[in-house]
Design a protein. Structure first.
Length: 296
């Protein structure tokens, strides 16, 4: 199972610096993965023998003149939706701001585990003053300096305690193939063609609302799992942000698979979104098969 960590907070609190800190121990996925309007970053990290993905989100803000404000908020909300654990970054030098309080209100709507991270605690005075963040009502906080790395070890120790265990540990070890690609390239039709016309399906295993549907499948005398990412939840914010959402779904499906079948729309060619998904699979060292659909 892919554990995903979302880094959220208002602008200029050090989210991207922490992202770089968390992913520097591995060859991170540093390709910029664009949402609808602004670039996002996805990286790989490992701590205590557990691998996880890290999403660096844009600065959450309301009431500004930034024309991208609304799209950034939607992307932050989607990242929270998909994450297993959320790192809420605040700035120890600024203390609690009105915008921090707005982020807290957003986080209170989710049941996800949230760790408050007091960044920029670069001296003893700031460490003492950081106790103010208890007033956020989000429980304990973790003082760190994302620039120097101070405190990140304690943060990571706590972070991995809240990861979900891999349910596949008790399952038979079968190859897993993930069908990934941009929205509307025909993933659903392809999966339905395979599953709907074949009578050798052994069982369907439905994961959580964040997970893909794994279908145990038999073809040519081989058993394998087909990971279908097509059946995502239909939410208004998903419809408005399909590109960003589809990349997030691909991250989880790719990590859960052995081989990725990247479906391309022949009528549109190999587009930027396809390249992003391809590079995510490549950085995760997965086998990749390019499948060109609509070749008629």
């Amino acid at each position: 199972m892919s554990n995903i960590v979302a880094i959220v907070g208002r602008p200029n609190v050090g989210k991207s610096t922490l992202f770089n800190r968390l992913t520097e121990s591995r060859q991170a996925i540093t390709d910029e993965v664009s949402g609808v309007t602004r670039d996002r970053h996805y990286g790989k990290s490992e701590w205590g023998g557990k691998e996880f993905s890290v999403i660096d989100t844009g600065g959450y803000i309301t009431g500004s003149e930034d024309v991208f404000e609304g799209e950034i908020r939607k992307q932050v909300e989607l990242a929270i939706d998909e994450a297993n654990v959320i790192l809420f970054i605040v700035d120890a030098k600024d203390g609690i701001t009105e915008m921090d309080t707005a982020v807290v209100q957003l986080l209170r709507k989710t049941a996800k585990k949230t760790l408050v991270v007091a960044n920029k605690t670069d001296n003893s005075t700031l460490l003492e003053e950081a106790v103010e963040f208890y007033n956020l009502g989000m429980g304990d906080y973790f003082p760190i300096s994302s620039m120097s790395g101070s405190g990140t070890g304690d943060l990571l120790d706590e972070l991995i305690l809240h990861f979900e265990e891999d349910p596949d540990k008790e399952e038979i070890d079968l190859p897993k193939f993930a069908i990934v690609g941009r929205p509307n390239v025909g993933k659903s039709s392809f999966v339905n063609a395979l599953i709907g016309k074949d009578q050798n399906i052994v069982t369907d295993i439905a994961g959580t609302t964040r997970d893909s549907l794994n279908t145990r499948f038999n073809k040519f005398g081989f058993d394998f799992y087909l990971i279908d990412t097509a059946g995502v939840r239909k939410k208004k914010k998903v419809h408005e942000n399909l590109e960003f959402y589809s990349v997030m779904r691909a991250v989880r499906a790719i990590e859960h698979s052995d081989v990725c079948i990247l479906m391309i729309d022949a009528t549109r060619g190999f587009e930027t979104q396809d390249q992003r998904i391809f590079h995510i699979a490549d950085k995760n060292k997965k086998g990749i098969v390019i499948l060109v659909n609509k070749w008629d």
